[in-house]
Design a protein. Structure first.
Length: 124
């Protein structure tokens, strides 16, 4: 059975150390995605909230709905619509699906802003 020499181990360790340092530098320079919540009433944008910057919970009161904003997530806490589907939907944390209150024409959706152009793959 062949043993790895100390010199070879030192070279492997140095290469891993350099690769780790480069990875940390690259990862640190990449801007984290902004998590923007957009609130629409009757098709008009009325509020934009950067959920990635929220540190304390607060509410946004609309004429027929109350929206709860929390760090990294948003939900409809109350509504005066009869079915309450928008309230029962719970929190959203990604742009996969919006919260919609059809009777009151309120929509809450999340859009990620990464600074990367989806068409070319370059920075915008």
């Amino acid at each position: 059975m062949r043993r790895i020499s100390n010199k070879a181990l030192l070279i492997i360790f140095a290469a891993l150390l350099i690769a780790s340092a480069v990875w940390i530098l690259i990862a640190g320079s990449i801007k984290q995605d902004e998590l923007l919540a957009e609130i629409y009433v009757e098709g008009r944008l009325v509020h934009t909230v950067d959920l990635s910057e929220v540190t304390e919970s607060y509410t946004i009161n609309l004429p027929h709905n109350t929206i709860l904003v929390e760090p990294g997530q948003i939900s409809m806490s109350s509504a005066d619509c009869p079915d309450q589907l928008c309230v029962r939907q719970g929190v959203i944390k990604s742009g996969i699906y919006p919260i919609i209150c059809l009777p009151n024409k309120v929509e809450v959706r999340i859009a990620r802003e990464s600074g990367i152009d989806a068409v070319t793959g370059g920075r915008s």
